[in-house]
Ligand binder design. Structure first.
Ligand SMILES: Cc1cc2nc3c(=O)[nH]c(=O)nc-3n(C[C@H](O)[C@H](O)[C@H](O)COP(=O)(O)O)c2cc1C
Length: 202
């Protein structure tokens, strides 16, 4: 049985391309593996609080106030979901060349020393090994090649964040050029759907 954690971060509601692609992906997974379990965190719909001076010690220190204890409880819950999953499916729209701030807030809660990574004499070490991730990246423009490739602050960041906690088996599925006319958009969505089906079939 596959245990899947879906983290959606689109702010566009049900019209979101990344959410729609992931919905189809999960339907196909379930058709092939009816026992698959799926936990969904939609941080675009229900955003997590940002870490602030009042709450930070809950994640990067020892909690001693109510706000810090609340941040610790949120971090504990998110890490438990992540730890329990074998496959992490992330819906990542490109916002201003990077990831959505709501998705960044999720990472800010799950990158926690002693829990998901640790510092060693040889440098930091990710503790969540043995997991796979699939990241659905939606973009209005084209960044996988061409002149805008240097502006892609999304995919390298996601690779770093996931790798930092030990998740290095990552498949990126990109739906690009969504804002470059209906034909380009439809072709991108079809190609992304095909890539998601190929992932399941592999
Ligand atoms: C706030 C905001 C910022 C965006 N910034 C970019 C950008 O920097 N580059 C780009 O190619 N598309 C950008 N887009 C377009 C989205 O990436 C595109 O619409 C994508 O489909 C959104 O994903 P979704 O359909 O899953 O919501 C932006 C969209 C929004 C709402």
């Amino acid at each position: 049985m596959t245990r899947i954690l879906v983290v959606n971060s689109a702010a566009t509601g049900e019209t979101s391309v990344s959410k729609t692609l992931i919905k189809g992906f999960i339907e196909t997974v379930r058709a092939n593996d009816p026992a698959a379990s799926v936990v969904t965190r939609d941080v675009g719909h229900e955003p997590l609080p940002h870490l602030t001076a009042a709450s930070l010690a809950g994640v990067r220190g020892q909690p001693s106030t109510d706000a810090e204890r609340a941040a610790r409880a949120t971090s504990d819950a998110l890490i438990a979901e992540l730890r329990a999953a074998d496959l992490i499916v992330i819906g990542a729209p490109m916002y201003n060349f990077g990831i959505a701030s709501t998705l960044k807030a999720w990472f800010d809660h799950v990158l926690r020393a002693g829990e998901t990574f640790r510092y060693t004499a040889a440098g930091p070490e990710g503790l969540l090994t043995g997991k796979r991730a699939i990241v659905v990246e939606t973009r209005g423009g084209l960044y996988s090649e061409g002149p805008a490739a240097v502006m892609d602050a999304q995919e390298p960041h996601l690779r770093t964040l996931l790798g930092f906690v030990g998740i290095t088996d990552i498949t990126f599925v990109r739906a690009e050029r969504l804002g470059m006319g209906p034909e380009a958009g439809a072709a991108a969505i079809n190609a992304a759907n095909d890539a998601l089906k190929a992932f399941i079939a592999a």
